[in-house]
Design a protein around this ligand. Structure first.
Ligand code: OSB
Ligand code: MG
Length: 368
């Protein structure tokens, strides 16, 4: 596969509702899209970095820099046998996984089109329908949160994840459990606690949560292992897993019992499959995390979620929960049973809406 042309664009898309985590509130997404032309075909990738370096150090600007000054010059005009070849080429660059993932994933899209099979099939996916959950951010009040949960449960979503932080945790979970005693429920702290909060975190055990996601440091494994020995709620790792080695070490020391896989965080499909394989070999369930993606990143997440180890509902949900109008056609829809049916079409399974993308573009640069 020879890369002839790469185009970077930054688009700006307002969310239909703000999304708040322990590190802040997002109202508008700034997303870098990568368009790759190779072998007469076009593939798309999405940089999933947040607007500010709070989830990780990457931002749309750091990704643009790494892509323009390193990843693109290293790959333009070069011939890569298979998409995994480009992942190997990026290895000398430390970190910047979201920038790498956007470019690598576009090549997977092209390879699937070339073989005339769905991307899910190319990855080795087996599920035809994936189970979906929702991630609900911190709200202005508990009644507003309960109303949101009510709506998502009624829509059929198979599990509810809520964001927690000190001051928005025990009371919130108490209120949820009084109203929805049996829903599959989990909480994501996005690193808002430390081991000083051990007694407080132990209180979470009474809500019989499916798991608690990343309670401690964003780059920590050791303290998570200590916490996991003290609480019965399974810990799920998000921020601190960047590759298959991290996953192996985390499981080895008991830092958690479940891993959330995000394509951007681990650097693309090649690494994501490796993390999946490490977990599957140890019977550790994984699920697909979300980063408030546009339709392109969402389509990639759907394809990845078809791998056999993705046994838990992920944070991959309907386009309309985020966008008044998505940038792909058709938009992503979820069935009344809380599933997404995987498109049988070749490649992404969705068509990027070029006119819509052009309208949302605030910055563009192409490389031949
Ligand atoms: O920690 O999973 C997270 C969104 C932005 C940054 C981090 C996270 C999230 C989500 C949203 O939980 C998941 C989604 O609906 O895309
Ligand atoms: Mg998370």
């Amino acid at each position: 596969m020879k890369i002839n042309r790469i185009e970077l664009r930054q688009i700006q898309m307002p969310l239909v509702h703000f999304f708040e985590t322990s590190f802040g509130r997002t109202t508008t997404r700034r997303i870098v899209l990568v368009r790759v032309d190779a072998d007469g075909l076009t593939g798309w990738g999405e940089v999933t970095a947040g607007e500010s370096p709070f989830y990780s150090y990457e931002t749309p600007e750091t990704a643009w820099h790494i892509l323009r000054d390193f990843l693109i010059p290293w790959t333009l005009g070069k011939d890569f046998g298979a998409p995994a070849g480009i992942a190997a080429c990026f290895l000398p660059i430390r970190g910047h996984n979201m920038a790498k993932a956007a470019l690598e994933n576009a090549l997977w899209d092209i390879e699937a089109q070339k073989q005339n099979i769905p991307l899910a099939k190319l990855l080795g996916g087996t599920l035809e329908e994936i189970p979906c959950g929702v991630s609900i951010g911190i709200q202005n009040s508990i009644p507003e949160l309960l109303e949101k949960i009510d709506r998502e449960v009624a829509a059929g979503y198979q599990r509810i994840k809520v964001k927690i932080k000190p001051g928005w945790d025990l009371d919130v979970l108490d209120a949820i459990r009084s109203k929805f005693s049996r829903i599959p429920l989990m909480a994501d702290a996005n690193s808002a606690y430390s081991l000083d909060d051990l007694a407080h975190l132990k209180e979470l055990d009474r809500f019989y949560l499916m798991m608690i996601e990343q309670p401690l440091g964003w780059d920590d494994l050791v303290d998570h292992a200590k916490l996991q020995r003290e609480i019965s709620t399974p810990i799920c790792l998000d921020e601190s897993i960047h590759n298959a080695d991290d996953a192996r070490k985390a499981l080895q020391i008991g830092a958690g019992k479940i891993i959330n896989i995000k394509l951007g965080r681990v650097g693309g499909f090649t690494a994501a499959r490796q993390v999946h394989d490490v977990c599957r070999a140890r019977n550790v369930p994984v699920w697909c995390g979300g980063m408030l993606e546009s339709g392109i990143g969402r389509a990639h997440n759907i394809a990845m979620s078809t791998l056999p180890g993705f046994t838990l509902p992920g944070d991959v949900s309907a386009s309309k929960r985020y966008w008044a109008e998505d940038i792909i056609e058709p938009e992503v829809t979820v069935s009344a049973q809380g599933t997404i049916r995987v498109s049988p079409a070749a490649g992404l399974g969705y068509t990027p809406n070029l006119a819509r993308i052009e309208k949302l573009t605030v910055r563009k640069e192409s490389f031949e």
